[in-house]
Design a protein around this ligand. Structure first.
Ligand code: HEM
Length: 365
């Protein structure tokens, strides 16, 4: 069963291919807990995350995942804006944690947004993922209280005859045009530069090798969406549903041709198509790594599925990644009629730990 390295320049769970099961959990420090208690918690969390990711069984483990290997388990830790005042570390707070602006289409629930600490768990086995979630929650007892928790999923490896980009709950192939680690500007887009790499870089030293995660719980208005014809659905996105090919032609991997006209003289990819409005080409190069999970929390009182996307975007600076793109999508995206942003979080995710270090040590000691 696949093992992902715990130690490294970057934390696991960012560049790692998205797993089949995900849990997101945010905590607030209990009153009386500060930097010292947080440091001890991050030390406990890191030690256990390392053991689970390497397929060892921590002491007191409940046995939920006995018999299974690590199944690509990753546990990723982040700090929210409120953490820095609680822990009296305001001087270390990155400017990048400036609150996201309000967007006109937002319907955010405070209780399910933000938080002092954030943990992202992913694994290709549901029991392995839950085991890690339970361990993290138990280790927090007495130091931090659960603020919110969300569960998500993606396609299971082996479900398709060949590996494919996963689909979301609208049925679209989702994730095609993400920045790729093989591209020369990937690191610059996704990760905070190492110490001294960029004179004048805003992010503090302790964030070297880190990244900023924007988390949005986006409910899909699936009754409205599923009532639309295939042609209408494809126009909203600008790609074919069956195989993800851009409406301007080519294959799934071909970049959308935003200038191309159809035989009737109209744009092949409509002016308000999601892939046009969100593309780096129409946003001054703004880009992010989207690494989401789908979610389904049952049915609402009106009968509609409470389901959608746990959207997670990774970038070196949210003001140059998520924010300009979402500003534009908020106003001009055909998809916005079929979605609601219901929760939001912004977290500073430090670089990966060196051997023997715990995550966040450079901030907390
Ligand atoms: C592309 C779906 C929300 C940014 C795409 C694609 C789909 C999709 C199907 C085309 C395939 C691909 O390249 O991955 C959705 C759905 C959303 C959503 C269903 C909400 C439920 C967002 C948000 C943002 C965003 C909130 C950022 C603020 C992008 C970007 C691309 C993209 C940057 C690549 C565009 C390109 O370069 O061609 N999305 N998306 N999406 N989306 Fe979204």
């Amino acid at each position: 069963s696949t093992r992902v390295a715990f130690y490294g320049k970057h934390q696991a769970g960012i560049v790692t291919p998205v797993q089949a099961f995900g849990h997101l959990i945010a905590f607030d420090l209990v009153s009386g807990a500060g930097r010292k208690q947080a440091a001890a918690l991050l030390r406990r969390w890191s030690a256990t995350a390392r053991q689970l990711m390497e397929g060892e069984s921590p002491s007191r483990n409940t046995g939920i995942a006995l018999d299974a290997g690590p199944c690509s388990l990753t546990v990723t830790f982040g700090f929210g804006r409120s953490f820095f005042s609680r822990a009296k570390l305001e001087k270390q707070r990155p400017a990048e944690l400036t609150p996201l602006p309000d967007f006109s289409n937002d319907a955010l629930e405070k209780g399910r947004s933000e938080g002092d600490l954030w943990v992202q768990i992913g694994a290709d086995d549901g029991l392995v993922a839950f085991d890690a979630l339970r361990e993290m929650q138990r280790l927090a007892e007495g130091t931090a209280r659960v603020r919110w928790q969300m569960n998500g999923f993606n396609r299971t490896p082996g479900a398709t005859p060949r590996p494919m980009t996963t689909r979301n709950l609208m049925g679209q192939i989702d994730g095609t045009r993400n920045p790729k680690p093989s591209e020369s500007d990937f690191d610059e887009r996704v990760f905070v530069p190492g110490s001294g790499a960029k004179p004048g870089a805003a992010s503090p030293e302790w964030m070297a090798g880190g990244s900023y995660a924007v988390v949005r719980r986006i409910r899909m208005l699936l009754d409205d969406w599923d009532g639309k014809s295939l042609a209408e659905q494809e126009k909203v996105i600008g790609r074919r549903k069956s195989d993800g090919v851009p409406l301007s032609g080519g294959s799934e991997e071909t970049g959308p041709d935003l200038e191309k006209l159809s035989s009737d003289g109209s744009l092949s990819i409509a002016a308000d198509a999601h892939v046009r409005v969100s593309a780096p080409e129409t946003n001054g190069g703004a880009a992010m790594l989207r690494r989401p999970f789908s979610y389904h929390d049952g049915f609402r009182d009106d009968g509609a599925p409470d389901a959608g996307l746990l959207f997670i975007a990774w970038q070196a600076d949210p003001q140059r990644g998520f924010v300009p793109v979402q500003r534009k999508l908020d106003r001009g995206d055909a998809l916005s009629r079929f979605i609601r942003h219901e929760a939001s979080g912004l977290f500073a995710v430090p670089g990966g730990p060196a051997k023997g270090e715990y995550v966040g040590q450079r901030l907390l000691e």
